[in-house]
Design a protein around this ligand. Structure first.
Ligand SMILES: Cc1ncc(COP(=O)(O)O)c(C=O)c1O
Length: 375
């Protein structure tokens, strides 16, 4: 069942394991997030690391977002090739070869922005950019106590001043993404922690402006704090990613509307898996294991059959186990089970395409064209 030949078949007849997207839910999630940021007078710069699909990025741009974030230069290359211009690469660059690839992208898309988190990194980028007709757009990447990338808050102003003096670079503002806060289960605790870090980042942003540095952009935030960080007046745009597709990791944390569930964005992405063996009284074996579902984050959740007492258990490379709890009905061989995936980003990276479903029918197949782009 390759390519466009199978358009029009019903979802249950797709070959498994495969990723499906409910197009109506995707559209709704894009619409809800866009309306939310607009309501707070902010912009949306969504992260494409979640879906790795230029077609979804295109829909986000069409909905009104100000640009698209990517994590890697190789992802930016795909978007530039597809005609995207307002792109932010949210990780600092390391190797010289990567800086060169970045500059090749800038040559085709001068609006492209990078982030810098050290004076040495700024100097390397500045030297590489010497002789170019246009300066390279950069943000100072702030570290909100996560320690992954970013400069500590107390050193950020000096870095900003340093960058501002470098002729090949054009400082635009700051980035602050608190990844370690996004999945805190309690909404109240997440709220308190995120506001604390983002207020500190806002202070830096103020200091930039008071010192005469360009303070145009203060970008950050993720899906877990989308309705928290909007309350920071200085934040100009949100980088939320997972809200488009969603996963069990997000669905199982509290939100402002429900202490145990993140209900604002339903799962647009699911994985279909088929029962291939049912010889045991308490469980059946399905055809999706570690090679189809990334083993990080929450355990995949059974969505279909609905309200069921079925739970997914990891069972090696090729297989999973669906356990029948509370005397529920045991699925039969050949039956298709639908799962919310554990963690959407790395699961998406395991597949070549999304199967697009509307009213239970396959209407399109979208290539995951940034899949494997981890350089
Ligand atoms: C820098 C950055 N911004 C934004 C996001 C999007 O976060 P989320 O998927 O939680 O919405 C990520 C995700 O890891 C990220 O690394």
């Amino acid at each position: 069942m390759e390519g466009q030949k199978c358009l029009g078949i019903s979802k249950g007849d797709l070959d498994t394991p495969c990723l499906v997207i409910d197009e109506e839910v995707l559209e709704q999630n894009i619409r809800v997030m866009q309306a939310h940021v607009k309501n707070f007078g902010k912009q949306l710069r969504p992260h494409a690391k979640t879906h790795k699909c230029s077609q979804i990025a295109g829909r986000q741009m069409a909905a009104g977002c100000v640009g698209i974030c990517v994590a890697k230069v190789s992802e930016a290359e795909v978007l530039v090739e597809k005609g995207f211009r307002e792109i932010l690469i949210t990780s600092p660059l390391g190797a010289d070869s990567k800086i060169q690839r970045f500059l090749d992208c800038v040559a085709r898309a001068p609006e492209l922005m990078g982030v810098v988190d050290s004076p040495a990194g700024a100097c390397r980028l500045n030297e590489a950019g010497e002789g170019r007709s246009q300066p390279i757009n950069v943000l100072v990447d702030l570290d909100p106590g996560m320690g992954r990338t970013g400069i500590p808050f107390q050193e950020a102003l000096d870095l900003g001043i340093h960058i501002h003096r470098l002729p090949s670079l054009r400082l635009r503002g700051v980035q602050c993404y608190a990844g370690h806060v996004q999945h805190i289960p309690s909404f109240q605790e997440r709220e308190k922690t995120s506001l604390d870090w983002m207020h500190q980042a806002a202070d830096i942003f103020h200091k930039f402006r008071e010192s005469g540095l360009p303070g145009e952009i203060f970008t950050g935030s993720g899906t877990g704090t989308f309705d928290i960080d909007c309350r920071i007046p200085e934040l100009t745009d949100l980088q939320t990613g997972s809200y488009t597709l969603m996963d069990a990791e997000y669905l199982n944390i509290g939100s402002s509307l429900d202490p145990f569930r993140f209900v604002q964005f339903p799962p647009a992405l699911t994985l279909l898996t088929t029962v291939i063996s049912a010889n045991h009284p308490d469980f059946v074996t399905v055809d999706a294991g570690l090679k189809a579902l990334y083993h990080h984050g929450a355990t995949p959740t059974v969505i279909q059959p609905p309200g069921s007492s079925l739970t997914y258990e990891w069972w090696g490379d090729e297989h999973g186990r669906i356990r029948t709890n509370q005397g529920g009905r045991k699925p039969m061989v050949g039956e298709v089970i639908e799962l919310a995936v554990s963690h959407c980003d790395p699961t998406v990276n395991l597949f070549d395409s999304f199967h697009i479903i509307r009213d239970g029918i396959l209407t399109d197949i979208w290539p995951i064209d940034m899949r494997g782009r981890c350089q």
